[in-house]
Design a protein around this ligand. Sequence first.
Ligand code: HEC
Ligand code: HEC
Length: 173
Amino acid sequence: MQPRRFSFLLSVFLVLGALALAEPEWTASVNRAQTAGTPTSTGTPASPPPDSDKTYLATLEKQIAGRENKPAEEVFRNIQLFKGQPALRVLRVMEKAFLPGLGVSCTHCHVPDAWEKDDKEAKKTARTMWNLQIGFNTQIKEQVGRGVINCYTCHRGSTKPALVPSNPSKEAR
Ligand code: HEC
Ligand code: HEC
């Protein structure tokens, strides 16, 4: 468990340049347990199987094969946040930051195969959040001098950000 947790955190770090290692392990476990998919009465997650997310990613990776390092805006159709970044990085941010950070599937923000469309409110909110995060991190750097935040810092694997430390079932309802 420890090595897996570490490598998960490490990949979030690699993608965002941001790491929440200071977070106490117990808080993370509580929140993970609380938010890892909404269990139904049969015990299966209500969200689509993660397999479809993997399939979407694999298909997209094939589609951009040979162009992974080209500027994202040349490879994809509606890039506002990741201009000038390697195309593959867009997919890695989706996979390593947005999915685990919010505990959602690709379809929370996208209609599959219409990835460029801004038809879901959550996708537009995610853009706002990304820019907020950059602002926070700039201020933290200037005024505190150490540390960073990312999507997980507030969201802890849920679309509703954490508000109270204990009894997470009541948080943000
Ligand atoms: C929390 C919301 C969110 C989730 C979840 C999410 N995305 Fe995105 N996605 C975005 C945003 C925001 C952008 C726009 C980035 C920009 O403006 O540079 C985007 C852009 C994209 C693009 C570029 C489309 C284009 O042509 O402009 C692709 C491809 C994509 N996402 C695939 C995925 C896949 C695959 C998943 C699941 C593994 C996923 N996304 C999960 C928010 C999300
Ligand atoms: C400083 C805390 C904070 C950070 C960091 C943060 N968020 Fe949020 N986020 C919020 C708050 C507050 C809301 C509004 C929650 C509500 O509706 O009650 C929210 C809502 C959202 C929603 C809408 C939720 C829904 O139901 O679809 C999305 C999508 C989202 N955030 C994505 C992100 C992404 C992606 C990141 C990282 C780039 C991020 N957030 C980072 C605080 C944060």
